[in-house]
Design a protein around this ligand. Structure first.
Ligand code: HEC
Ligand code: HEC
Ligand code: HEC
Ligand code: HEC
Ligand code: HEC
Ligand code: HEC
Ligand code: HEC
Ligand code: HEC
Length: 503
């Protein structure tokens, strides 16, 4: 059992001083009891006392009981003096925060304000606050003091690098095309858009406060003043820091939605999402351990497939641990490909696939699972070979021959190609990956095909005609050769009125 909170704060002297009559006082307490800070409710014993799924260790010590676990994790028997001081003010000044903390497991383990917000003088974002030195940001490095394993897993994941998009193609959109440097030199579209999901590089003012051009921010790959990457509150919102909330698909759906990566919408239309909503009361989200097949079985959530435990797999904070493909690049490739090319040792994609299948077989047969993945892999290969590689080749030769200006997004063909792979092509691949037929087809490949035949190819032809009129015959011939090759291939010859390839 988790030790109870021994929080012994000075009771509110100002409020209670005048109530000398004990009976009056008790009656009063009785009537306001439901209004008392919820923190006191946490003195109730925990409902779920199943052991943790995550092995908690420190050196050679392995936690055998919940009490060990809390001790190893840095919980305390009593709230620290420093934190009690913070609370004495903040229970009045920031009631919302106080209440949220009161509901959290941190409260129950006496992990207080100071344990998270403490800082050392000289740290970039340290501020003198009343009698203490604190920082507003509590970075993964701070959480790592007690949650080393989760932080290490998170740190090697693609989530941790989510903030490094400043030089990407889409950033030109938010910086220049849609935006202007009006917020202390930054585009407000970048600040309120991209960085709110991806994470900002947090800048610190000379007095230790945080710059308005980068704060507030809880983007997934935030670049923190202490050099660490990410923000744990992207999923575990402050100050409840709950595992149950992070298991809910809406938590991921905050970022994983919209025209270019509609994972949330795909999930909602899949039988998995439908079963989740219909059986929310059976999902057992607040359970301490949460093993698929044992603690719940109605439906998988995003966390189930990408993070949570199965009977054979532990929880992982590296969301790429069970992913085989990169489905967001213009042309899909296996997730380990780039690292292997650089000579880096990483978990091979086949092993990741094996782990993902282990999730499925908690609820499906081996045969259903294997067939599903063969359908999905073939879908990705079709997208790659029929549209992505030919489209990419056309764009490269047109740019290579100088038939587009070097300025990005000033010509229609650039938008057409961007829509094709970045919006529609991703939607199609994500739909096929996560059992969303409407996205695989109508929102996906149907749109890809329309974009390719009815926009991209005619726009390429138009560019060639204009170039020919301007006397650039040699350049035109090079592009024309590629276009002819593409259109005469088995995939596209139907478009020229020729018989389509045989089965
Ligand atoms: C004497 C009262 C008092 C004490 C003690 C106190 N605070 Fe505060 N704190 C405040 C007030 C007042 C604010 C401003 C609230 C606001 O802006 O709404 C504040 C603001 C903050 C902020 C937000 C700063 C920002 O820039 O957003 C943090 C974080 C914070 N306190 C943490 C702590 C921690 C941790 C402790 C204990 C080490 C502590 N406080 C102790 C009164 C106090
Ligand atoms: C488990 C660690 C943890 C504990 C315990 C904790 N905080 Fe925080 N606090 C955070 C994180 C994380 C943030 C968000 C900053 C960030 O993203 O790095 C935050 C933000 C804040 C803010 C700014 C919030 C806003 O929306 O303006 C205040 C004020 C604050 N904390 C006060 C407190 C007080 C008071 C307590 C104790 C009752 C407390 N914190 C306990 C981790 C913690
Ligand atoms: C001083 C140690 C300490 C620090 C710092 C700390 N935690 Fe914790 N955390 C704990 C303890 C102890 C528990 C309770 C373990 C239990 O009840 O099983 C816990 C539990 C949790 C849980 C599980 C909650 C649940 O619903 O099961 C999450 C999530 C979490 N912490 C996130 C964070 C994040 C994020 C930070 C940094 C912003 C942080 N913690 C900082 C000690 C700490
Ligand atoms: C609603 C949240 C959200 C916003 C706003 C957003 N993104 Fe993203 N972005 C994501 C998510 C989620 C992914 C991962 C998608 C996937 O894996 O399918 C992503 C992927 C990317 C990638 C691909 C990264 C890689 O590793 O291949 C780039 C680059 C990118 N975004 C840049 C931007 C830029 C620049 C902006 C602003 C113009 C922006 N994003 C706006 C959520 C967002
Ligand atoms: C992408 C969302 C996401 C982010 C970001 C995230 N977590 Fe979690 N976290 C989860 C989920 C989901 C669970 C529940 C896993 C399960 O089913 O038990 C969890 C569980 C935990 C737990 C409970 C123990 C466990 O492993 O189940 C701790 C502690 C924790 N997270 C700490 C952190 C810390 C520290 C960070 C920042 C480095 C962080 N988390 C960032 C989603 C996230
Ligand atoms: C605050 C925004 C945000 C939240 C919340 C979030 N993600 Fe992400 N996620 C991203 C971004 C941005 C990327 C792309 C990062 C990159 O490659 O640069 C990403 C990438 C991913 C990837 C691809 C990983 C890889 O290695 O290719 C998976 C899978 C994923 N997220 C799953 C989840 C799950 C599951 C949750 C919820 C438990 C979640 N995400 C919550 C923003 C978010
Ligand atoms: C039934 C299991 C399952 C569920 C539920 C699920 N996913 Fe996935 N997800 C997958 C599989 C399978 C893939 C493809 C894996 C591969 O590449 O082999 C995938 C791929 C992804 C990717 C990688 C996309 C890229 O561009 O590379 C992201 C991001 C993602 N899922 C996020 C989510 C989010 C967010 C949710 C919830 C809204 C979710 N998933 C729900 C199984 C699931
Ligand atoms: C927690 C249990 C659970 C897990 C884990 C799970 N599913 Fe499902 N899945 C279901 C349920 C329930 C249905 C709806 C079945 C029905 O229609 O009767 C379903 C339906 C499906 C369907 C549609 C089947 C059909 O007959 O049309 C596919 C495909 C599928 N799941 C694939 C997967 C894959 C792939 C994974 C692993 C990445 C997975 N599922 C993980 C519970 C699960």
């Amino acid at each position: 059992m988790i030790p109870k909170n021994h929080l012994s704060l000075p009771s509110h002297p100002l409020r209670f001083k005048k109530w000398i009559n004990i009976t009056v006082c008790l009656t009063f307490l009785g009537t306001i009891q439901p209004l008392l800070p919820s923190a006191f409710a946490a003195e109730e014993p925990m409902k779920n006392e199943a052991p943790a799924t995550t092995e908690v260790t420190k050196g050679t010590e392995v936690a055998k009981s919940d009490e060990d676990r809390v001790n190893i994790l840095g919980g305390f028997d009593h709230l620290s003096r420093e934190s009690a001081t913070c609370v004495s003010c903040h229970r009045e000044k920031s009631q919302g925060i106080y209440q949220q903390w009161g509901y959290s497991k941190h409260f129950r383990a006496n992990v207080g304000c100071y344990e998270c917000h403490k800082a050392k003088a000289g740290e970039p974002d340290a501020i003198k606050h009343k009698d203490s030195i604190i920082s507003v940001i509590v970075s993964p490095k701070d959480c790592a003091e007690c949650h080393k394993r989760e932080v290490a897993e998170f740190d090697r994941s693609h989530h941790a690098t989510g903030g490094q998009i400043l030089d990407s193609l889409d950033n030109v959109l938010a910086d220049v095309v849609e935006g202007a440097p009006m917020l202390h030199g930054k585009s407000p579209v970048v600040v309120s858009g991209c960085e709110a999901c991806h994470g900002s590089k947090v800048e610190v003012n000379s007095d230790g406060t945080l710059s308005v051009a980068s704060w507030p921010n809880s983007g997934i790959g935030r670049l923190n003043p202490d050099g660490s990457k990410g923000s744990c509150s992207a999923c575990h919102t402050r100050h409840s820091f709950s595992a149950a909330q992070a298991r809910h698909p809406n938590t991921c759906g905050r970022c994983h939605l919209g025209p270019d990566h509609p994972q949330k919408e795909i999930y909602e239309e899949s039988q998995h999402g439908i079963n989740f909503v219909a059986n929310l009361d059976k999902m057992n989200l607040a359970s301490d351990k949460w093993i698929v097949g044992e603690d719940y079985s109605a439906a998988p959530t995003c966390a189930t497939c990408h993070m949570s435990a199965t009977k054979d797999l532990p929880v992982s904070h590296d969301i790429g641990d069970r992913i085989a493909w990169n489905l967001r690049a213009p042309i899909s490739f296996h997730i380990d490909e780039k690292d292997l090319a650089k000579g880096k040792q990483v978990k091979p994609w086949l092993e990741r696939r094996k782990d993902m299948k282990m999730v499925c077989v908690s609820c499906h047969s081996r045969n259903t699972t294997d067939n599903f993945f063969e359908q999905f892999d073939t879908f990705v290969e079709l997208y790659n070979e029929k549209f992505a590689k030919p489209g990419d080749k056309l764009m490269k030769v047109i740019i290579g021959e100088g038939l587009l200006t070097p300025t990005q997004f000033d010509e229609e063909l650039e938008w057409t190609w961007f829509y094709l792979w970045h919006h529609e092509g991703r939607r199609a691949r994500h739909g096929a990956a996560m059992v969303g037929p409407d996205f695989a087809h109508w929102e996906g490949m149907y749109e890809v095909a329309h974009r390719f035949y009815i926009e991209m190819v005619p726009q390429v032809k138009e560019i060639l005609e204009r170039a020919k009129a301007n006397g650039k015959e040699a350049k035109v011939a090079k592009v024309q050769t590629v276009l002819d090759e593409v259109l005469n291939s088995d995939f596209h010859r139907w478009y020229l009125g020729k018989a389509p390839a045989k089965k």
